[in-house]
Design a protein around this ligand. Structure first.
Ligand SMILES: Nc1ncnc2c1ncn2[C@@H]1O[C@H](COP(=O)(O)OP(=O)(O)O)[C@@H](O)[C@H]1O
Ligand SMILES: [Mg+2]
Length: 298
């Protein structure tokens, strides 16, 4: 292990150990009790002036898989950050609405407490510790374990769910391909033994074959009972795995429905899948023209 990676490990552990347990503000129970995750009228302010979310309501059922779709800048990442609490470290705050996880209010809790409650957030950009091995990266995700035995058990479970990581465990993370790094950050997140994973643009920048592999991992985790909230610009793969989807635009949900309904929806087909009425591929120019029309704002 190099000096810098060792100090990164020490620093990560120190931060994990010193995270204060913030108390959550009292909120009314949502009408949607029973959902694993429920957002009701959530508003987010950045820098006290930019209203990035303007009243977002959505739900993820127990063991469900939900896709959150939308163009760049719509507010998808902000939604995930509001849920997991990392919004605090980006000069943002949830300024309205309620967020509950398993019926408990989590709005305003710090991100470490949210992880302990069973909700993990895989951020965009595959942030691995590049100088450390795959296994060291995974162990950092398991910092909350009480014993070495419990940690080894979680590691074994990760390797079983994502066999590719077992093959790569001695490799230095910085040299992995984009798809392998995406599997690593997913593996690191499931070290926390979550019930729900929020995952931000897992397919971004990956070759099509790697996108398939990463989604095969997500399919497997789903089958094991993990609930997923997936943010994607790759609408096709997202609607293949999800049972339900929401479409966001300018900080609001503008469309929602069962995944098969969204796949069949003409607006979604044209706008996101780039297909025309007969299922033929539209030209980029047509789609661009369509984008300018922004039909579902009207
Ligand atoms: N840290 C930030 N400070 C100020 N504005 C931000 C910040 N992060 C995002 N925004 C703004 O909030 C809006 C939603 O951004 P984001 O949630 O990243 O969208 P998406 O993930 O859908 O592309 C955008 O207008 C973006 O410029
Ligand atoms: Mg984003």
């Amino acid at each position: 292990m190099t000096d810098s990676s060792e100090s990164a490990l020490v620093e990560a552990r120190r931060q994990a150990a010193t995270q204060p347990l913030a108390s959550a503000p009292v909120q009314p129970a949502p009408a949607e009790a029973g959902a694993l995750l429920a957002l009701s009228n959530v508003e987010v302010l950045y820098a006290e002036v930019i209203l990035a979310l303007k009243g977002v309501s959505m739900q993820v059922p127990q063991r469900g898989c939900v896709a959150l779709l939308g163009a760049n800048g719509a507010g998808k990442s902000t939604t995930l950050k509001a849920i997991s609490g990392v919004i605090d470290s980006e000069d943002g705050r949830v300024s309205g609405g309620s967020i509950t996880f398993e019926g408990q209010p989590i709005r305003g809790r710090d991100s470490a407490a949210v992880v302990r409650a069973g909700l993990v957030h895989v951020m965009e950009g595959r942030r691995v510790l590049p100088h450390m091995t795959v296994e060291q990266n995974l162990i950092i995700g398991g910092h909350m374990f009480k014993s070495a035995a419990a940690m080894r058990q979680a590691l074994a479970a990760v390797y079983e769910a994502i066999p590719r990581l077992a093959e790569l465990r001695k490799r230095v993370a910085g040299y992995l391909s984009g798809g392998e790094q995406q599997m690593l950050v997913i593996g690191r997140a499931i070290m926390a033994e979550p019930k729900l994973m929020l995952i931000d643009e897992p397919s971004l920048g990956l070759a099509p074959r790697m996108v398939e592999e990463v989604f095969a991992v997500l399919h497997r985790l789903r089958k094991q009972g993990l609930a997923l909230l997936i943010v994607e610009q790759n609408t096709r793969v997202a609607l293949e795995i999800a049972d339900y989807g929401y479409v966001m635009e300018s900080g609001r949900i503008v469309l929602e429905g069962a995944a098969e309904e969204l796949r069949a929806n003409e607006d979604v087909r044209e706008f996101y899948l780039g297909l025309d009425r007969e299922g033929g591929r539209k030209s980029f120019r047509d789609v661009k023209h369509y984008r300018r029309r922004k039909r579902w704002l009207g």
